[in-house]
Design a binder for this molecule. Structure first.
Ligand code: ARG
Length: 461
C-alpha cells in the first residue's frame, strides 16, 4: 500500500510537481510519535464504541506499540512516496497488522483533527524543555548577581549616563523578563491542554466515539468545545511563536549589553575563552559571537511569528491547506532556542566583571546630579528649584573640567546660595546608590532582597 490516504474518486495519482508541493514528511515526521500516541488513544475510543472487538483492539495496540518502536529506532521511516506523517504511519501500521485491521484505524477521524492535536502535544512537550533552558539563563544571571553584590556601575537611559546603580540590580533586570517568559509558557500550556481529537474534518466525530476519552488518554485536560474551532484555530500556535520570539528579544537585549560591556571603551566585562571566538586575520580579537547570534536569531524568531500571523489572517473557517504552513515556523523557533539558550546561559555564567572599571566610570557624566537635587528637597527646597541648582552645579563643573565629586566647600557659594556643606556628603557613588532604598531600588539591601524574591519566584515556576 502507498502512504496516500485518498484516491477512490481520482483516476490517477497527483502530478510530480503537485506531489512535491504537497508533501510534508520532511518536516512533519518529528510528530510521528505523537501521531502514534494519538492513534492508540483513538483505537481505544473505537474499541469503547464497539468498532474494534477485544481481539482487534489488542492487536491494534500491539501493532501501534511496535510501530512506535520502529519509528524510534529508525527502522521505519517516511518513504519518498508518503504524502505526510499520517499516511506514512498508516502504511507502517499495515505492514505490521495487515491491510484489513490497519485500514480500520482511520474511522471517525480526519487528518485535520489529528494534526491540530499533534501540534499541541508537540508544543506542550517542547515548551517544557524551553522553559527549563530559559530558567538556566535566569540562574546564570542570579548567580552572577549574587557573586557581584555591591559592585557599582553607571546606570543609563538613552545610553547616556543617568544614575549609578548596582551591577546586580542591572543583571536581575534582565532576569525578570525571562521569568515572565517562563510564566507565559506555563500559562500557554493551560490553553494547549485542550484536545481537538474528535473534531474530525470539521463537523465533529461520528460513530459514537468519545473525544473526552481520547483527550484524557493523551494527557490533555479536556477536549475542544467546538469542532470547527478545533480544526481551524491556530492562535495557540502563533501564541507559542510569540513567546519564542519574546524570549529571543529578551536574550537579544541582554546580549546587546554584553557586547557593549566587552568593548575596550566600556571594559566592564570579559568573555570566557570558551564562549567567544577569534578572528582569522586580527590576532587580538575576542568576539562576542554568542551574543551576536542571539541578536541575529531574535530577528529570525520575529520573522517566524510575523509569517505565521500573515498565513492565518485571511483564512476562512474551517481547515485550509494553508494551515500546513503553521509547523515550520514554530519548529524552527524551538530548534533555534534549543541551541541558543544553553549558549547564552554559558556565556553569562562565565563572564568576568571588572568592578574597579565600573566604579571608575559610575560617577562620570555628572550622574550624581539627581543626588544634589534630592538632597536639597530633603532640606525643604522645592524640587523645581533644586533641579535648577543641580543643573547649575553641572554647568559649573563642566566649565572647569571637573566632576561633581570634585566639588569643595569653596565652590558651593559660587554655584548657589542654596547649597550647604551637607551636599558634599551625598556626592559619592556609594551614597547615591544607598539612598535609593525604596522597594525595587538599587540600594544594596534592596537588591539583596530582590535576589531572594527572584529566587523564590523562579523556584515556584
Ligand atoms: N499536512 C496537513 C497539515 O499540516 C494535515 C493534513 C490535512 N490535509 C488535508 N488535505 N486535509 O495541516
Amino acid at each position: 500500500s502507498t502512504g496516500r490516504l485518498w484516491g477512490g474518486r481520482f483516476e490517477g495519482g497527483p502530478s510530480e510537481a503537485m506531489f512535491a508541493l504537497s508533501k510534508s514528511t520532511q518536516f512533519d515526521w518529528r510528530l510521528a510519535l505523537h501521531d502514534i500516541a494519538g492513534s492508540r488513544a483513538h483505537a481505544g475510543a473505537l474499541h469503547a464504541a464497539g468498532l474494534l472487538d477485544d481481539e482487534q483492539a489488542r492487536r491494534m495496540d500491539e501493532g501501534l506499540a511496535e510501530l512506535a518502536r520502529r519509528v524510534s529506532t529508525g527502522e521505519f521511516v517516511a518513504d519518498p512516496t508518503d504524502e505526510d506523517v499520517h499516511g506514512a504511519l498508516e502504511r507502517g501500521l499495515k505492514l505490521i497488522v495487515g491491510d484489513e485491521l490497519g485500514g480500520r484505524i482511520r474511522a471517525g477521524r480526519s487528518r485535520n483533527d489529528q494534526i491540530a492535536t499533534l501540534i499541541r502535544s508537540y508544543l506542550r512537550e517542547e515548551i517544557r524543555l524551553i522553559a527549563q533552558d530559559v530558567d538556566a539563563v535566569v540562574e546564570a544571571l542570579s548567580t552572577q548577581a549574587e557573586a557581584n553584590l555591591g559592585a557599582v556601575m553607571p546606570g543609563r537611559t538613552h545610553l547616556q549616563s543617568a544614575q549609578p546603580i548596582l551591577l546586580s540590580h542591572h543583571l536581575l533586570a534582565h532576569a525578570w523578563p525571562l521569568i515572565r517568559d517562563v510564566q507565559r509558557l506555563r500559562d500557554l500550556d493551560v490553553r494547549l491542554a485542550v484536545s481537538p481529537y474528535g473534531s474530525a474534518a470539521l463537523a465533529g466525530t461520528s460513530l459514537g466515539l468519545s473525544p473526552e476519552l481520547v483527550a484524557a488518554e493523551l494527557g490533555f485536560n479536556s477536549s475542544v468545545p467546538n469542532s470547527i474551532d478545533g480544526t481551524a484555530a491556530r492562535d495557540l500556535i502563533s501564541e507559542a511563536a510569540f513567546v519564542l520570539a519574546q524570549i529571543g528579544v529578551d536574550l537579544s537585549r541582554l546580549s546587546e549589553d554584553v557586547i557593549l560591556w566587552c568593548t575596550a571603551e566600556f571594559g566592564f566585562a570579559t568573555l570566557h575563552d570558551s564562549w567567544s571566538t577569534g578572528s582569522s586575520i586580527m590576532p587580538q580579537k575576542k568576539n562576542p559571537d554568542v551574543a551576536e547570534l542571539a541578536r541575529g536569531k531574535a530577528g529570525r524568531l520575529i520573522g517566524n511569528l510575523a509569517g505565521l500571523l500573515a498565513t492565518l489572517k485571511g483564512l476562512p473557517l474551517a481547515y485550509n491547506r494553508d494551515l500546513q504552513e503553521d509547523k515550520e515556523p514554530v519548529f524552527d523557533g524551538i530548534d533555534q532556542l534549543h541551541v541558543l539558550l544553553p549558549a547564552v546561559a554559558g556565556m553569562v555564567a562565565t563572564l568576568t566583571f571588572h568592578p574597579d572599571r565600573m566604579a571608575e566610570v559610575a560617577p562620570r557624566g555628572f550622574s550624581l546630579a539627581t543626588d544634589i537635587a534630592d538632597h536639597l528637597v530633603r532640606e525643604g527646597v522645592p524640587f523645581a528649584v533644586a533641579h535648577e541648582v543641580a543643573g547649575e552645579s553641572v554647568r559649573y563643573c563642566e566649565s572647569r573640567g571637573i566632576t561633581l565629586q570634585d566639588l569643595t566647600t569653596e565652590d558651593l557659594p559660587a554655584i548657589s546660595a542654596q547649597l550647604d556643606q551637607g551636599v558634599l556628603e551625598v556626592l559619592t557613588v556609594e551614597g547615591s546608590v544607598a539612598s535609593r532604598d525604596g522597594r525595587g531600588g538599587t540600594a544594596p539591601v534592596r537588591v539583596a532582597e530582590q535576589l531572594q524574591e527572584l529566587r523564590s519566584v523562579a523556584s515556584g515556576l
